[in-house]
Design a binder for this molecule. Sequence first.
Ligand code: FES
Length: 175
Amino acid sequence: MSNHEHQESAHRPVQRKEMSRRQFLSYTLGGTTAFMVGGAVLPMVRFAVDPLLEKKSASTFVKVVEESKITSEPQVFHFKVHQVDGWYESDAQLSAYITKGDNGIFALSPVCKHLGCTIAWNTLGKHEYNCPCHGARYTVDGKNLAVAPKPLDEYEVKIENGFVYLGSIKSNTRV
Ligand code: FES
């Protein structure tokens, strides 16, 4: 480039890059569409994940039976628990074998730890829990004696105003 040409281009006015009408329409329509789709989709996403984001409430206890009815011989009691599983709410019927032990009242889950059948107390006259499905046996404390790989689960227990309250299920702490 000669010196003359260089001077000429330096004096030329700066040309701004103009947006074409087509580009303007594309940007405007694209932005509006994205805004409208976001407004419709975001509430749906929020609805879908909302139950998963809610904090789990602390373990709740359910009133089951008067303390005075509990004996050293295990007895089965049934009770209902309100459950919230994501979007689904239900009242589940649960059962527990409640017994008065040397260190207080305890409650065991009747679900066999082999394959989940329902156990029963002393059906064979040996003062044990027996499972009718494959013959699992458990002591009064829920210790597994045969077939089942683990002891029976235990409920959290709370005694208040003469009533037995049961909470969530935990691993057996007695054996
Ligand atoms: S389910 Fe109880 S022994 Fe198999």
